[in-house]
Design a protein around this ligand. Structure first.
Ligand SMILES: NC(=O)c1ccc[n+]([C@@H]2O[C@H](COP(=O)([O-])OP(=O)(O)OC[C@H]3O[C@@H](n4cnc5c(N)ncnc54)[C@H](OP(=O)(O)O)[C@@H]3O)[C@@H](O)[C@H]2O)c1
Length: 321
């Protein structure tokens, strides 16, 4: 497994990480089907033997369930993992001072994760301009107190990244980017120029780029959060177009999922890709992206052309990529 340094932080992360949103399962409206908590714990623990040290979660995933699962899985092995979690950038209570809100939520994550420090603490979206300074001050205090090692933000907006950098030591950004989603490209360019670390979310387009839904959605549980999104004429036709990507897996040199992850890994500015995985088999396949042949320049060009023609729904029109 290749390890890369996260921007200026000195924190070494595996180039392939593990996105733990699916591990929220059906809890708190997360609605990821096919999740078994014991398998999730085994998957997180198996990551270490595959060289994966990076876990991404959020306090909001399954109302804390994903963090709780990580806390259980990392018992007696916390120091061998880099844990990234998130906090929403505003309180539900407009009267609550932002500094208190951030500090309180950090304590909640620490408790659920059963740890006394978080490696990477991310704002889960853009703060209001009026609240930016108070939030950055709160995050800086958490660094000084040793409760978090660094902080960052999940956003596509380079102006927001720039504004936060002007107020404090923003270390990293989480950005969506994949064969079907070029929206993250300006953010990646900015991050590379500023030496910000990057974690790349939704690299498999929520499973669409693994190939298993190209021809049929019969494998998708009707209870799953993606069923309603995928089961419509636009997405069905996009998936059909995406089936042309199968050439990337021809001859068995890489699977479709590995090709999609390799595409991201070889993009300038990318530190680590964080595909979600529901079990050890998916995790093993995703970890394998580290060792497969890179896409040639021609394969990359063709893949991007197919991805573009598929017309996958993208932000700002959807919030799920
Ligand atoms: N705003 C934010 O900050 C934000 C937003 C979204 C995501 N994220 C983070 O990014 C991570 C990744 O995004 P994501 O989990 O939404 O989507 P993703 O990584 O694009 O897709 C994950 C899904 O693809 C399927 N899959 C994964 N590996 C597979 C394999 N090898 N073979 C076949 N199927 C496979 C699984 O679902 P099925 O098997 O059911 O198809 C899995 O749940 C999240 O877990 C989360 O940590 C952050």
């Amino acid at each position: 497994m290749e390890y890369r340094v996260l921007g200026k932080t000195g924190i070494e992360v595996s180039s392939v990480g593990l996105g733990c949103w699916p591990m929220a399962g059906m809890a708190g409206g997360a609605n990821w089907s096919g999740i078994d908590d014991e398998e999730s714990i085994a998957t997180i623990q198996h990551a270490e033997s595959l060289g994966i040290n990076l876990l991404d979660t959020a306090n909001g995933y399954g109302a804390g369930h994903s963090e709780r699962i990580i806390g259980r899985a990392l018992r007696d092995r916390r120091d061998r993992y880099v844990v990234a979690t998130k906090v929403a950038p505003r309180s539900d209570d407009p009267e609550e001072p932002l500094q208190r809100y951030i500090a309180k939520n950090c304590e909640g994550s620490l408790e659920r994760l059963r740890t006394d420090y978080i490696d990477i603490y991310q704002l889960h979206g853009e703060p209001d301009e009026a609240g930016m300074l108070a939030i950055v001050e709160a995050l800086t205090r958490l660094v000084e107190a040793g409760k978090i090692r660094c902080f960052g933000i999940s956003t596509y907006e380079t102006e927001v990244m720039r504004a936060l950098m002007a107020l404090g030591d923003l270390s990293m950004v989480q950005i969506g980017y994949s064969i079907v989603n070029p929206v993250g490209q300006p953010g990646l360019n900015f991050a590379e120029a500023q030496n910000l670390g990057t974690l790349i979310r939704v690299p498999l387009a929520q499973g669409a780029l693994t190939g298993k839904y190209f021809d049929s959605l019969s494998g998708l549980d009707p209870q799953d959060r993606r069923h309603e999104r995928f089961d419509n004429p636009r997405i069905r036709s996009a998936l059909q177009k995406l089936s042309e990507l199968s050439f990337l897996a021809k001859g068995g040199k890489r699977t479709m999922a590995q090709a999609a992850l390799r595409f991201v890994l070889d993009t300038p500015g990318v530190t680590s890709v964080i595909p979600g995985a529901k079990n050890r088999a998916q995790l093993e396949e995703n970890a394998g992206a580290d060792g497969v042949p890179p896409l040639t320049a021609d394969e990359r060009k063709q893949a991007l052309a197919i991805g573009g023609k598929a017309n996958w729904p993208l932000p700002p029109y959807t919030s799920w990529t």
